[in-house]
Design a protein around this ligand. Structure first.
Ligand SMILES: Nc1ncnc2c1ncn2[C@@H]1O[C@H](COP(=O)(O)OP(=O)(O)OP(=O)(O)O)[C@@H](O)[C@H]1O
Ligand SMILES: [Mg+2]
Length: 199
């Protein structure tokens, strides 16, 4: 079981998380809330990138964590889509070949610079790379941004499947996507306030 207990974080005088506590059982978790309420900060702590916090949470080795960051400039590292896709693993829950078919990815794009693709396709490719990895904890920060409803339905189905076997945290602002996922829902508010809105 994945557990967060009394997790607090401040930047100077500014409280961003105040004694956040949560138990993840058999479903994933969606973290939502207004801009600047600490969603990404929470993921940076859970991923191990940010070690300045108070409280506790279940630790995974960094090699067991798949983290899709919010910032689109930081989602690709190679010159071609083909090289990016080679980062995927054949030991994960999903197979790369199956997901490329599932999203109707045209093979013609394989030799393209990933940053030259339309924003929506960039997002789909980055999600595919993340969820084909063999990880125990998945953190996806706004995977839904710039995607159409039919794609969101497809992604929510994959994430639901993933959450049956691995711990999955999603940050989202989209009520449609949140409803589709039907995960536990944590809403972050101002000054570190939070509430478990659905469990
Ligand atoms: N390194 C930092 N130093 C100081 N303040 C920071 C730092 N990182 C984040 N903050 C502040 O902490 C608050 C939470 O930021 P965070 O990026 O976690 O918000 P968010 O909920 O992810 O917002 P968004 O919906 O825009 O992605 C913001 O007020 C932000 O300005
Ligand atoms: Mg954020």
């Amino acid at each position: 079981m994945f557990e967060i207990s009394c997790l607090s974080k401040s930047f100077g005088e500014k409280k961003v998380l105040k004694k956040l506590s949560l138990k993840v059982r058999d479903k994933g978790v969606v973290v939502t809330g207004d801009i600047g309420t600490g969603k990404t900060t929470l993921f940076e702590i859970l991923s191990g990138e940010d070690r300045e916090y108070e409280g506790f949470f279940t630790k995974f080795d960094s090699s067991r964590i798949g983290y899709l960051v919010q910032n689109n400039e930081e989602i690709f590292f190679h010159n071609t889509v083909r090289e990016e896709l080679s980062e995927s693993s054949d030991k994960g829950i999903f197979k790369l070949k199956d997901l490329l078919e599932f999203f109707n990815i045209d093979k013609k794009i394989l030799d393209t610079d990933p940053f030259e693709l339309p924003r929506s396709l960039q997002k789909i490719i980055s999600i595919i790379i993340t969820i084909t990895q063999d990880k125990d904890l998945f953190l996806l920060d706004e995977p839904d941004s710039s995607l159409s409803l039919d794609i969101l339905i497809k992604i929510s189905n994959l994430l639901k499947e993933l959450s049956k076997e691995r711990v999955v945290f999603i940050i989202s602002h989209s009520n449609f996507f949140i409803d589709m996922l039907d995960f536990d829902l944590v809403r972050l508010g101002k000054n570190g306030d939070w509430c478990l809105e659905k469990a």
